[in-house]
Design a protein around this ligand. Structure first.
Ligand code: ZN
Ligand code: ZN
Length: 883
């Protein structure tokens, strides 16, 4: 499973997440890319973990055509490679031929509750069986013992209420009366002892109950998951089809289904599906939960080889699973769901496509219908607006329009930054380098490939091997004529290495940390030298699955603002505070608000308990001092080698991204046996605070701990922008391609208004270029209007036109195009004073007031102000002319 693989990886080497899109989220994106920006998802579309092995209904969620995500499942163990769905091994009662689609069902004017089509017999039989089992279940429930139970109800926030209830009778839905009315109305699903729980499902023992609403990520998933059932119900009514699976995604939900052979869903049928959904919603269909034995499941779903696949694969013989019924749909599903369909106020089909069963081309091709749903209509409107905005801002689109980057099949997933993209990269790097200068960082460069011995020491080889590119380096140690780099006397370096199967195997670095450890170890360190802050913009490679590659957001080659801080344990707090300050500066430049989440010691941690406690205390104190209570804690979610702080920024569309991370690491320094001389005299027998207790806590059998007078430094991995490539993608979408001046690859465009002005235009270009501003000129044969329009489309921050100099040429010059209409503004007569001085007329991209007629500004002043604007890295595209 990609998500598990990736999650594991981030756990282990969490510090250098290039794009902590939290793996599976990417997935959704990779797949929903056709509808919306591929960059990421909105804030309310954050993480949802799917319990893959338990939810057949949800299986393989969004994993079309992505083999990696198939859990290594071979193509089709139980589904015969047939493209003909009518060959389904099915119940004997299967209808021979489904009724062809009546035309009226395909039109906008779907009949309002008109004569309903009879459902295929296999559906009717399935439902009859459900009814019968449901009745038995009711009887069974009635006869059950119903002892009293204690319930702790948590309503909004922290307020807890102790209540009495009855096992097998009291439901979380009953307890809603204890919740303030407006909140109760919004409740999507309950949580019982940490488990998502249907509102109508009886409690069975003493329980802690709380509720989730749509804005909770898990609540939203349940809502969309439930909406998928409604879609499935619509589809069965519309097509009499066999459903496969229908999970929630980051962008809504979909359902896969097998229609008659050769039949595809048509867009013209969407309104009919939607009107059915509308009716089912009105019907207030409850979601009925029923436990069904495997035997009965086979009877119930024998008509569908898809459902049978899940039953055979995931329900062990002799056990049972749950099915849910809403209206006419009975579905194999682990649940939970919303209480009833009435909760869905807005339901919309978004698109349809085809997909292979289990994402494998060897399997049946299915029809996939995507939808989205919300608890109220306004949310749908907002969503549609969001999609439109996101589409316009798609970094791949803007990247193409602005010629920022490209890809080639010659190196999939490795972006080429074109000249204009490189300008953005360089501006970011320049800004960071200035900060490094001010903040006491040292920049280094380290090799791109290392012997696997290094990766074994760091642990990458054990945990991360599949994600690294290997390089076989020719072993020339036996060469009778060694190359110049072999030592003149004695054996070449290669001879000293262990003779094993990895001999000569190198790997491209996926992160810089081990190289920096090697560098640290190269010379002795004293506590006086620490902290040692070392920055590296080196090129990194990760062997991402080809299916996961996506624009600049998931790449194989990238560079980070990677930094490692080697410090004493006591210095951690100060370093963390300094990082917060650094981050505040950097994110402030882009107007990104940000959030913090602290992840603490997990089970199976490495290192000393006392070290963890001290480090966590320092992190908490730093957070407290910096943010008050405005940060979250994720207990037990740290990496095994140290606690971490994840920082999430939100962009102009309130989508969240994790770019920065601060990761403490006790393990790396131990693996590489890094040390520094302490201030204590070396005669002290325990240089580090190695009291008995700490020694007993030591889970990392670091037998060769630091010697007398020496101690082990803490290593802080940190990145602020993370991967440049991904950060550029985020910025691209955040600014919608309207770069702030300092970052802009197209800062100034000079347009001569008439032919004779060309020399002056070139002179201006030379002047601004000398000041290291990106200044282009347009001396093409296009019309003035066309030049301006093209300058606007290319998002030049400032367009210079209507240039005046001596001798005055502006006297005759008209003017600019009205940006909204294709008409010229009335010519302006330039005064005598302006004619004498050298001036430019400047249109500011972001100031509508200057769009018709730019501001007339003396040339030297414009230059001075623009240099200032760049150097101060202002977010706002504006030059002050008042002083
Ligand atoms: Zn379900
Ligand atoms: Zn690192």
């Amino acid at each position: 499973m990609l998500q598990f693989r990736a999650a594991g990886r981030f756990q282990i080497f969490g510090a250098h997440v290039i794009g902590t899109f939290g793996s599976h989220r990417i997935h959704h994106h990779a797949l929903s890319a056709t509808t919306v920006s591929t960059l990421t998802r909105p804030v309310y579309a954050m993480s949802h973990k799917r319990n893959i092995s338990l939810k057949p209904h949800d299986l393989w969620g969004t994993l079309k055509n992505d083999k990696v995500t198939q859990n290594g499942a071979p193509a089709s163990e139980s589904s015969p490679p047939s493209s003909n769905t009518s060959k389904t091994p099915s119940s004997p009662t299967q209808s021979k031929k489904l009724p062809s689609r009546p035309k009226e069902m395909s039109t906008q004017a779907a009949p309002k509750g008109g004569a309903p089509k009879p459902l295929p017999e296999f559906i009717q039989q399935r439902n009859q069986l459900f009814d019968q089992l449901w009745k038995d279940n009711e009887e069974d429930l009635k006869s059950r013992d119903k002892p009293g139970i204690k319930i702790e109800l948590t309503t909004e926030g922290q307020s807890k209420t102790a209540l009495d209830g009855k096992a097998w009778e009291t439901t979380p839905g009953h307890l809603l009366k204890h919740v303030p009315k407006d909140r109760a109305g919004q409740v999507v699903v309950a949580k019982v002892d940490g488990e998502l729980w249907d509102l109508d499902r009886p409690l069975t023992k003493d329980s802690k109950v709380s509720y989730l609403v749509f804005s909770d990520p898990e609540g939203r998933d349940v809502f969309w998951h439930s909406s998928a059932h409604v879609l499935g119900e619509c589809a069965e009514h519309e097509y009499g089809c066999r459903l496969s699976h229908g999970p929630p995604t980051a962008m809504g939900f979909f359902y896969d289904m097998a229609l008659e052979p050769g039949v595809a869903v048509r867009e013209s049928e969407w309104p009919s599906l939607e009107s059915k959904a509308k009716k089912f919603v009105k019907d207030k269909q409850p979601f009925q939960r029923l436990e069904v034995s495997k035997e009965d499941l086979r009877k119930m779903f024998g008509y569908s080889k898809y459902k049978m696949h899940y039953i055979e694969k995931f329900v062990p013989d002799g056990t049972s699973s749950t099915v849910y019924r809403n209206g006419d749909l009975v579905d194999l599903c682990q649940g939970p769901h919303i209480q009833n369909t009435r909760k869905i106020e807005a339901f919309k089909i978004m698109k349809n496509s085809s997909a292979y069963f289990l994402g494998d081309q060897a399997n049946d091709s299915l029809q996939r219908i995507h939808g989205v749903a919300f608890p109220n209509k306004q949310q749908l409107k907002d969503w549609e607006h969001f999609l439109e905005e996101a589409k316009k801002r798609d970094h791949q689109l803007i990247g193409k329009q602005q010629k920022l980057f490209m890809f080639s099949q010659m190196s999939p997933g490795s972006p080429f930054l074109l000249p204009h993209g490189t300008r953005i990269f360089n501006a970011l790097q320049h800004m960071l380098r200035e900060q490094y200068w001010d903040r006491g960082y040292q920049e280094v460069q380290s090799p791109n490939m290392y012997d696997v011995d290094l990766w074994k020491t760091s642990g990458h080889w054990q945990h991360y091997q599949d994600d690294m590119f290997r390089v076989q380096v020719k072993d020339d140690s036996a060469d009778p004529m060694p190359l110049a780099d072999a030592k003149p006397s004695g054996a070449p370096v290669a001879d000293l290495k262990n003779q094993d199967k990895d001999k000569g195997v190198f790997a491209l670095k996926p992160m810089n940390c081990p190289g920096h450890c090697v560098m640290y170890k190269n010379e002795e360190h004293s506590y006086r030298d620490l902290p040692w802050r070392v920055g590296d913009f080196g090129v990194l490679h990760r062997n991402e699955a080809s299916g996961a590659l996506s624009g600049l957001t998931r790449v194989r080659k990238f560079q980070q603002d990677d930094t490692h801080i080697f410090c004493t344990p006591e210095q951690v707090e100060g370093e963390i505070k300094a990082l917060f300050d650094f981050m505040t500066y950097v994110y402030g430049l882009f107007g990104f608000p940000f959030k913090f989440k602290l992840s603490t010691r997990p089970e199976g941690y490495m290192g000393k308990l006392s070290e963890w406690d001290a480090a966590e205390a320092q992190l908490k104190k730093a957070l407290q001092d910096f943010r008050g209570d405005n940060w979250e804690i994720n207990e037990g979610d740290g990496a095994f080698y140290g606690p971490k702080i994840d920082i999430t920024i939100s962009d102009a569309l309130q989508r969240e991204f994790q770019c920065a991370t601060i990761q403490l690491d006790f393990q790396g320094p131990a693996n590489f046996k890094l040390e520094y001389r302490t201030s204590e005299p070396s005669s002290a027998d325990g240089a580090a605070p190695a009291d008995k207790e700490a020694a007993a806590d030591d889970k990392n059998k670091d037998s060769s701990g630091p010697g007398a007078g020496m101690a082990r430094p803490v290593m802080i991995h940190r990145a602020i922008i993370g991967s440049f490539e991904r950060f550029i993608a985020v910025l691209c979408e955040h600014f919608a391609g309207k770069w702030p001046f300092w970052l802009s690859p197209r800062q100034i465009l000079v347009i001569p208004v008439m032919k004779g002005a060309e020399d002056y235009v070139r002179e201006i270009q030379a002047l601004f270029t000398k000041a290291r501003l990106y200044c282009d000129i347009d001396v093409s044969g296009n019309t003035l209007q066309k030049k301006i329009r093209s300058g606007q489309l290319n998002q030049y921050n400032f367009i210079f036109g209507k240039l005046t100099h001596s001798p005055p040429m502006s006297f005759l010059l008209p003017v600019f195009l009205d940006s909204n209409a294709d008409k010229l503004c009335p010519p302006k007569v330039v005064g005598a004073k302006e004619q004498e001085t050298r001036t430019v007329n400047i249109r500011n991209r972001d100031d509508p007031a200057t769009q018709k007629m730019g501001e007339l500004i003396p040339l030297n002043k414009a230059l001075e102000r623009l240099v200032e604007l760049r150097d101060e890295r202002k977010l706002e595209n504006r030059i002050e002319m008042s002083n």
